[in-house]
Design a protein around this ligand. Structure first.
Ligand code: TAP
Length: 452
């Protein structure tokens, strides 16, 4: 059995060692999930709902433990980690409302009755990245279980601890064996087997666009269902008529939250030229004010990056020739730290403007008018998220409709609510998670005509 060492990114100390699942064990788990699926789909809706509520309550009762695990494993600030564990609980409570509400249609037809059913797919494979190990896992397994599927879940190799604990809590809550299994292992082994094993009927993948394309191509061979949540290069568009003080004070948190390791990070700030200099003057103290340090400290706002390799990758975006406007702070000593960094690119083709950094680096660029703002915002293969700052309601709506992205917020930087849909345009993904239709991504619609 191979193992991996889990490292605390804030201290570089080994937290624990985890055994990695291989190909044969993955197949055995998928087959267990397949056997469990027949019974799980037959559990009465009210009983399945009750089990999910109990699972949610078990998460709530262990919220602090889960949060502390994420602080140690991923370097998330304790405030964020508590929110993330709470999000798992809330997604499960929301999912618990699904079984009794998985309504079909009765469609008027001649000569009989026509009804539709939303039937479970069978085994669903969920592949999770390291940046938000808990919420991203739950957005897949919550509605998938609620719709009557069984789930095999692969956490990222770097961050398996909370997913392992969640699978234990599911069992303690009474979710039957085989219904929700967590398989720590390599993407190239466990994740690939989800793609190639015919009993896995759907893959939910969150991660890089590069790997997402391979997953989609692999799934195509079996016409396997797939949901993809991939990268982003989101724009924070600040118009001259906005509350500039608020826009500047909040902009750092729209990109530096989770040290910028957020697919929704607003990593391009577009500012109307007439207020460009003023905005930068206001942004500088806001960036200096971001409290970077020990993620376990209640007042910390930004922790370290996930690994030394990832820090090198982030640093590669700030080249010797890059014009750095200003940077924030970072602690001394061990840990994979990188300071909040604001750059002023020379050209639209600069890597820092075209590629996802996935770290605390933001590029600020000027625009002339509404049309120019939309042109720049949409000049990317990605389309996940974004913000629009203006006090003109008409403009807020026009620009919201014009930006090619799945999740926009006006005069705020919020992206995620478990009861609203989440997902990307263009190469940011395929399909939607969360929201009122979350369960439908885990069902087939069956139409039945009964002659009368
Ligand atoms: P990836 O390298 O793509 O890894 C994501 C997951 O896929 C990991 O569990 C990984 O396993 C697994 N994997 C890797 N290669 C695989 C393969 N060939 N077959 C099956 N599974 C495979 O991404 P990452 O670097 O961990 O995460 C960062 C990326 O995720 C960013 O681009 C970010 O934007 C994106 N992201 C998107 C969203 C949404 S919602 N759109 C949310 C969060 C993150 P290992 O751990 O073994 O590598």
């Amino acid at each position: 059995m191979t193992t991996t060492q889990v490292v605390n990114p804030a201290t570089e100390q080994v937290v624990t060692t985890v055994e990695l699942v291989g190909a044969a064990e993955t197949d055995a788990a998928i087959e267990r999930a397949q056997r469990a699926a027949a019974d799980w789909r037959a559990v009465a809706p009210g009983d399945r709902a009750r089990l999910l509520r109990r699972f949610a309550e078990a998460v709530d009762a262990n919220l602090e433990q889960l949060a502390q695990l994420e602080v140690a494993n991923a370097g998330h600030t304790i405030g964020n980690a508590r929110w993330e564990a709470g999000n798992v609980r809330d997604v499960l409570h929301f999912a618990a409302g699904i079984p009794e509400r998985l309504l079909g249609n009765q469609i008027p037809v001649a000569g009989g009755v026509d009804i539709t059913f939303h039937e479970p797919l069978g085994v669903v494979g969920v592949i999770v990245p390291w940046n938000f190990p808990m919420p991203i896992a739950a957005w897949g397994f919550g509605p998938a279980l609620a719709a009557g599927n069984t789930v095999v879940l692969k956490p990222a190799e770097l961050t398996p601890l909370t997913a392992i604990r969640l699978s234990e809590l599911a069992l303690e809550a009474g979710v039957p064996e085989g219904v929700f299994q967590v398989l720590p292992g390599k993407g190239s082994v466990v994740g690939q087997r989800f793609v190639t094993h015919p009993a896995v009927r759907k893959v939910v993948f969150t991660g890089s666009t590069e790997v997402g394309k391979e997953i989609m191509a692999g799934c195509a061979r079996q016409v396997k269902r797939v949901t993809l949540e991939l990268g982003g290069k989101s724009a924070n568009i600040v118009f001259a008529d906005a509350d500039l003080e608020r826009a500047a004070a909040t902009a750092p948190y729209g990109v530096f939250d989770n040290a910028g390791q957020d697919c929704c990070a607003r990593s391009r700030i577009l500012v109307q030229r007439s207020v460009f200099d003023r905005f930068l003057e206001l942004l500088e103290p806001a960036v200096h004010g971001v409290r970077v340090g020990d993620p376990g400290d209640e007042s910390t706002e930004m922790g370290p990056l996930i690994s030394a390799a990832h820090r090198d990758r982030v640093a590669s975006f700030v080249e010797p020739s890059t014009k750095v406007a200003f940077t924030g702070t970072q602690p001394d000593g061990p840990g994979f730290w990188y300071p909040p960094t604001v750059v002023l690119p020379d050209a639209p083709s600069d890597r820092v403007l075209t590629e996802e950094v996935f770290g605390p680096v933001v590029a600020v660029v000027p625009f002339e008018d509404e049309a120019d703002a939309l042109r720049i915002a949409n000049d990317t293969e990605y389309g996940l998220s974004g913000s629009i700052w203006t006090n003109d309601v008409g403009r807020a709506l026009r620009v919201s409709r014009g930006v090619e992205a799945g999740n926009l917020s006006v005069n705020s930087h919020s992206s995620v609510r478990y009861w609203t849909p989440f997902g990307g345009y263009k190469q940011s993904g395929l399909g939607r998670e969360l929201g009122p239709d979350a369960a439908l991504a885990f069902t087939e619609t069956k139409n039945v005509f009964i002659a009368t």
